[in-house]
Design a protein around this ligand. Structure first.
Ligand code: C6P
Length: 408
């Protein structure tokens, strides 16, 4: 059965918002952050009204309730990605912090000068800069799986890179610019065959696809709540138990310890070992509500709906003279359409569309090397989610025709 999008849209109050009198928002920027359903807003509101207290610290009713809510959200997030156990799901602030956690702990404990880390040319800055930093500090080597002209990873080149016996392969499951869904299971299998640990940036995949970390055999998997109907300020890092157990802690402070002496400490068990200080408790509650929301609808249905919208969007955008859409065909990508319009700067496109309430992002989308690869400084980007409609795609297309008219 198909998604009842009209019903789903009623869950998202912001979609009724008029950004100017009489101009309702057409939100086509879910890749940057998704909108939030009332179920998530309500869960966080309820938490603050009824259960707010610090976690893992008190024995009073509110503290116990708050702890239970925080940990039960973790359980549901673990199930959502099919982790073997909730101990393997560490709360972080976002995907960026999850990848940094791996870079600061696993990588600093295991990589030395000259060790090779393989990334790809389509990475978001959050899966580039932590490794650049380690390169400056440790003298590790970086190399990159090239992106082909049609926006796919060149797996032949990848296999050649693997002959150099990398220690780590870190790549995005789905590109935030090209929309490309990379063959994660195959990339990971090949990495393992070469003796490397595999890190996956799942910022764009977990919100849109059914992700099964066990089936993928990922060593680490990073994602953010705010892109999957949840709040900002919280994300997660999944990791294999043996790796997480062997890693040193990340930040030091309260909650991440079992015992502290004046001159030493013993770290807590998983997952708390990596969660120092008072965490984002209400946000964890919201994160749990978000995975409940997505699970109740069904990730397969969400993916099918997004596929239909993306196919339609690519078809309509490509018929506009002067528009070039980047990335592969709809069957190989998620709901992202980054494009250029001949003779018009992407920022101007976005600004003019905004006059009609159409929200798209313009810029390099934190993937500057990828834009450089395609010889462009920026793109305009429309992106879709479970609440997106074909009518919104039509509004975007009409808006682009309007831009063309203004620029002659
Ligand atoms: N991309 C976009 O507009 P954070 O900011 O940590 O939640 O997510 C970082 C991140 C990592 N990887 C990928 C593939 C991403 O798309 C993002 C976030 C947003 O494309 C904001 S720059």
């Amino acid at each position: 059965m198909k998604l009842d999008v009209a019903k789903i849209r009623k869950d998202f109050p912001i979609l009724e918002r008029e950004v100017r009198p009489g101009v309702r928002v057409t939100y086509l920027d879910s890749t940057a952050t998704s909108q939030k359903p009332v179920q998530v807003i309500q869960a966080m509101d309820d938490f603050y009204r009824k259960s707010n207290a610090n976690i893992h610290r008190g024995v009073h009713t509110l503290a116990e309730e708050s702890t239970a809510l925080y940990e039960s959200a973790r359980d549901r997030i673990a199930k959502f990605i099919n982790a073997e156990s909730a101990r393997q799901v560490i709360y972080t602030r976002n995907t960026t912090e999850s990848i940094n956690l791996v870079a600061y702990t696993w990588a600093r404990a295991n990589l030395k000068q000259g060790d090779l880390v393989i990334l790809t040319e389509m990475e978001h800055h959050s899966n580039l800069v932590p490794w650049h930093m380690l390169q400056s500090e440790r003298g590790i080597e970086l190399d990159f799986i090239p992106v082909t002209g049609d926006g796919l990873l060149d797996l032949v080149a990848y296999k050649l890179l693997l002959d150099r016996r990398p220690k780590l392969v870190s790549f995005t499951h789905m590109s935030n610019v090209l929309g490309t869904v990379n063959p994660a299971a195959e990339i990971i299998r090949l990495a393992h065959d070469a003796g490397a640990v595999a890190v996956v940036d799942g910022a764009q995949s977990v919100p849109h696809l059914q992700v099964d970390v066990q089936a993928l055999d990922a060593d680490f998997y990073a994602f953010s709540a705010h892109k999957m109907c949840g709040p900002t300020g919280i994300g997660a890092l999944y990791g294999k138990v043996d790796l997480l157990e062997a890693m040193p802690p990340f930040l030091g402070g309260g909650d991440m310890i079992r015992e502290v002496k004046l001159r030493s400490f013993r770290p807590n068990s998983l997952p708390h070992k990596f969660e120092a200080g008072t965490p984002a408790i209400a946000e964890a509650v919201g994160f749990g509500a978000a995975v409940d929301y997505l699970s109740a609808i069904g990730m397969d249905k969400i993916a099918a709906h997004e596929h239909e919208i993306t196919e339609y969007a690519l078809e309509r955008l490509e018929e506009i003279p002067g528009v070039k859409v980047f990335g592969p065909s709809a069957d190989k990508k998620g709901g992202v359409a980054a494009f250029t319009l001949e003779g018009v700067h992407p920022h101007d496109v976005a600004q003019i569309l905004d006059q009609d309430g159409i929200a798209v992002r313009a810029g390099h989308h934190c993937a500057q090397p990828l834009h450089e690869k395609f010889g462009i400084p920026a793109t305009s980007r429309a992106s879709f989610y479970l609440y997106s409609t074909k009518e919104e795609v039509d509004l975007l297309v009409n808006g682009i025709y309007k831009v063309k008219k203004m620029f002659g």
